[in-house]
Write a protein that binds this ligand. Sequence first.
Ligand SMILES: Cc1cc2nc3c(=O)[nH]c(=O)nc-3n(C[C@H](O)[C@H](O)[C@H](O)COP(=O)(O)O)c2cc1C
Ligand code: SF4
Ligand code: SF4
Length: 273
Amino acid sequence: MELFTVTDGCTGCGLCVAACPASLVRQRTPGQPPQALAGREAHCIRCGHCVIACPTKSFVHTLLPQDAFEPIRRKEFPSPASLRHLLMARRSCRAYDPAPVPRDGILALIESVRHAPTGHNMRQVGYVVVDGPARMDAARQLVLDWIGLEVAADSPRAAELHLAGAARAAARGKDVIFRGAPHVVVAHAPIEGISPEVDATIAASWLEIAATASGFGACWCGYLMFALAAHPQVNAALGIPAGHRGYAALLLGRPATRVGQIPPRDMPEVHFY
Ligand SMILES: Cc1cc2nc3c(=O)[nH]c(=O)nc-3n(C[C@H](O)[C@H](O)[C@H](O)COP(=O)(O)O)c2cc1C
Ligand code: SF4
Ligand code: SF4
């Protein structure tokens, strides 16, 4: 199967050649239409950069239908100042309206971050949305069970995360695990792979920003992330597919209160090398 074809509009400019990260698009002679590197079709990561690089829309990728490409509307980009303000205004939300977020709203957030980058364009990040009070109770209990094991073992993890204190607070009825959020969203990816943990973490980070932009509150749920890392059975109990692991977890809901200020954060140390 040909990896791609080019139509008569090709000017031989070579931009598709330069754009392919896998060097699969070659030009025998400058100024001539490109050819696919024979026998290496399986190395294509389906990133679409060859197609989008072509100024005359002459590059037709066999695996990527032309009508699946969308035009970029640069006028709709947020200004640098408004994006900066959104990023500065993102905060960890620890007080939620207990009402669940409609599934459509959660799906819209997840849909909006589907272009998050992944190593080798693997795009294997999936999500489990813990939905409803009964499921949140069950998920919380999984975390408390993990905390109980760490505390009983007097583990270094228990000491560094003050897990005994968390267990005591939970016993007093304080929800230090999920902070009363109606949902926790777990981003999962394969256990083995190029960069599954980074890919899932990037996706969840984008999700947190998208949630902020849509007026939702979110907060990283380290307790659940540590439990997912420590115990395969926590992954299975949450319905994470076999062969995958939950790497990132975000509490999600409508904030119970709105804050009006941005606390100070130092400029990080930067060295130019
Ligand atoms: C963890 C990670 C590592 C990556 N490493 C490289 C890299 O070494 N070289 C490169 O050209 N692209 C790298 N990328 C970019 C991916 O190949 C790219 O995100 C993917 O092909 C999808 O293309 P897009 O980002 O244009 O949507 C990396 C992306 C991630 C998330
Ligand atoms: S989709 Fe990406 S990897 Fe495949 S040929 Fe095009 S540019 Fe190269
Ligand atoms: S980018 Fe388009 S016009 Fe330029 S060489 Fe490739 S197919 Fe031809």
